[in-house]
Design a binder for this molecule. Sequence first.
Ligand SMILES: Nc1ncnc2c1ncn2[C@@H]1O[C@H](COP(=O)(O)OP(=O)(O)OP(=O)(O)O)[C@@H](O)[C@H]1O
Ligand SMILES: [Mg+2]
Length: 384
Amino acid sequence: MIHKLPLARLGVVGGGQLARMLAPACNAHNVSLTILDPEPLCPAGQVSSHQIEGALHDPAALEALCDDSDIITFDLEDVGADILMTLSNRGKKMVPSPKAVQLIQNKFKQKKHFQTYEIPTSPFIGLSEAADFSTVQAFGLPCVQKANIGGYDGRGVHVIRSKEDWSKRLRVPTFIEEFVPNSIELAVMVACRASGEMVSYDPVEMVVNPKLNLLDYLLAPARIDLETAKKAQLLAEQTVRSFGTAGLFGVEFFLTGEGDLLVNEIAPRAHNSGHHTIEACVTSQFENQLRACLDLPLGSTKLRGHALTINLVGAEGFSGAPMIDGLDALCELEDVHVHLYGKSHCRPGRKMGHVTLIGVDSEMLISRLQSFQNRLTIRGEYPL
Ligand SMILES: Nc1ncnc2c1ncn2[C@@H]1O[C@H](COP(=O)(O)OP(=O)(O)OP(=O)(O)O)[C@@H](O)[C@H]1O
Ligand SMILES: [Mg+2]
């Protein structure tokens, strides 16, 4: 097949770190990149060919992005899916389809979709405004209350164990689901082409700090047996196939104490648990996202070694222009890869960057992490 160069003009709705990390793949393939984001010089806007400043739900801004682009993809799912569906129906190519994005942006609809397609997921019920504590008690405690829309990075997730937790419930449309105890959290990245060709990456283990209940680090491959890993990949592929669209997806799982896999949620885009693929895999998640968008043969997902990724999140107690401490010591280590996202403001808990370590096994990576973790901080300029 003969391709005209440049290959395409790619438009991305949202200009965060995921779109920023897509830029190197676009450059390498002679694809121009236009970003739509309301914030001037957003992380992806700094490294793209062009940024349109506008809201992600604004019809005129989305139309302007479509005018500038041959293909549209996404940095996040909180976008004006209705408008995008209209533009897609007029013939604009979008990967994944806005219909899938619209379904996925509502977690309650996602859960119902899993149920319809017999994809194992924890039991759940919608919560009406009239619901009271007896409703959740009847469902079973502990349970997890989740906002139907708009939640990310744990915001919009509330664990209910007691009447006191119920009094602090989320006051937006929500559902509740069974709390999955003592699980291992896994994620599988899947890329899919319009032809149906599909590749999946080895499952990644998300190691949570039990004291802080925050993500500590990610390990690739996950410390699970090969059979479970294969099962997770097949289930992730089945889940992606059920949405009937090309694209790159992150599928999050709970592996229960009994060895069952439950799908927690799906993201229709690049994902935090795929960042290691930049250095650790033959083809990064971002390159496969681009190939899926361009309908090119997908690249090998093979791991070149073991990888550990930590997020660099804003330290508690500070806000303002970002500053990093501990970078020099980090750079002295071999096979350590630092990514800083170019966010101009740092606040507690905000994802400012990530670091990936590559090595021969997970124990060695965990001990290397411990050697610098306490000395590495990123924080805002001013105390809060
Ligand atoms: N049913 C559950 N049982 C036990 N823990 C849960 C359950 N649902 C969510 N959690 C915990 O809360 C975390 C965040 O939940 P979820 O992934 O649904 O929300 P999120 O806001 O999309 O988070 P993220 O953006 O980090 O993926 C999970 O990674 C898990 O640690
Ligand atoms: Mg999640």
